[in-house]
Design a protein around this ligand. Structure first.
Ligand code: MG
Length: 246
C-alpha cells in the first residue's frame, strides 16, 4: 500500500515536471542556452603557453635534490637521466592542483625480468602520492606496483607500456586533498592518468601518502608541495616536463 502511494506520488511529480519543462522549452529561444563570455586563450605549441616548463631539455634550474643540493642527474641531448648514488629530485616551486605532462624512458634490461628493480622511478605528487614509473612492457610484478599504478593502491586500468628505450608519456590531472581545520582529510586527493594517451587512472581517490609497507592513510594536513621524481637506483631518463596550475 505504502509502495503504491509512493509510486503514485513519483509518477505525478514526473508528469508535472515534464509538463513544466515542455512548457518552458516552448517559450525558449536558442540564445537562452548560449553562454557568452571571454575564454582565456592558451597556445598549445610547443607546450601550453600557461604552463611552467619544468624541464625543457636544457637545465635543471627548476629542480634540486631532496636534500636541497644542486641536481647531479645528467642533462644531455634534451634529456635528464638519473645518476646512481644521488637522492631523488624535487621542484623548487610548490604545487597543489595541476595538470602535469612528462616523458620517461626505461633502460634496456639485462637478463631476467627484475620486477620492481627494472626501470623503477616515480612521480610523487606533492612529495607523497606516487604514480609509479616502471618498465612494465615484459616485466611481471604486483598489479598495483606496475607502471601507471598508484603505487600499492590502485593498478592501472590497462597496461599501455612501450618497450624499453622508447619514450613514454604520462599526462596527469591531479586534485590535491583538502583538509579540515582539525587536520583530518575532508576531500581525498584525486588523480586521473593517461599513459601514452590511454586512460589508466580515472578519477582515482588516493587513500593517503604512498607506503611501501602498511595501509595508506592521511596522517597530517599539508598545503602545496613540490613535485618529486624518484631515484630508485635505475637509469631512467626524463624529458619534456611541463605543469599547469589548475
Ligand atoms: Mg617507484
Amino acid at each position: 500500500m505504502m509502495k503504491k502511494r509512493i509510486l503514485l506520488a513519483l509518477t505525478t511529480l514526473a508528469g508535472l515536471s515534464s509538463f513544466n519543462v515542455a512548457g518552458a522549452v516552448e517559450q525558449m529561444k536558442p540564445e537562452h542556452t548560449e553562454v557568452w563570455k571571454e575564454i582565456k586563450k592558451v597556445n598549445p605549441d610547443p607546450i601550453p603557453s600557461d604552463a611552467v616548463a619544468l624541464f625543457d631539455g636544457k637545465n635543471m634550474n627548476h629542480w634540486q635534490h631532496t636534500d636541497g643540493s644542486k641536481v647531479k642527474w645528467k642533462v644531455e641531448d634534451g634529456t635528464v637521466t638519473i645518476t646512481n648514488g644521488t637522492p631523488s629530485i624535487e621542484t623548487k616551486q610548490k604545487f597543489c592542483d595541476v595538470q602535469l605532462h612528462l616523458e620517461f624512458r626505461a633502460p634496456i634490461p639485462e637478463g631476467e625480468p627484475l620486477g620492481q628493480s627494472q626501470g623503477n622511478s616515480g612521480v610523487f605528487l606533492q612529495k607523497r602520492y606516487e604514480v609509479q614509473v616502471l618498465d612494465s612492457y615484459d616485466n611481471p610484478t604486483y598489479a598495483n606496483g606496475q607502471a601507471a599504478s598508484i603505487y600499492k593502491q590502485n593498478p592501472p586500468l590497462v597496461n599501455a607500456s612501450r618497450a624499453p628505450m622508447n619514450w613514454q608519456t604520462y599526462d596527469i590531472i591531479y586534485r590535491a586533498p583538502i583538509f579540515a581545520d582539525n587536520g583530518k582529510v575532508k576531500v581525498k586527493a584525486q588523480v586521473t592518468v593517461l599513459h601514452n594517451g590511454i586512460l589508466v587512472q580515472d578519477h582515482f581517490q588516493i587513500m593517503g601518502p604512498t607506503r611501501y609497507i602498511g595501509l595508506p592513510e592521511y596522517e597530517e594536513a599539508h598545503g602545496c608541495e613540490p613535485l618529486e621524481l624518484q631515484n630508485h637506483g635505475q637509469v631512467v631518463s626524463y624529458r619534456n616536463i611541463w605543469i599547469r596550475k589548475l
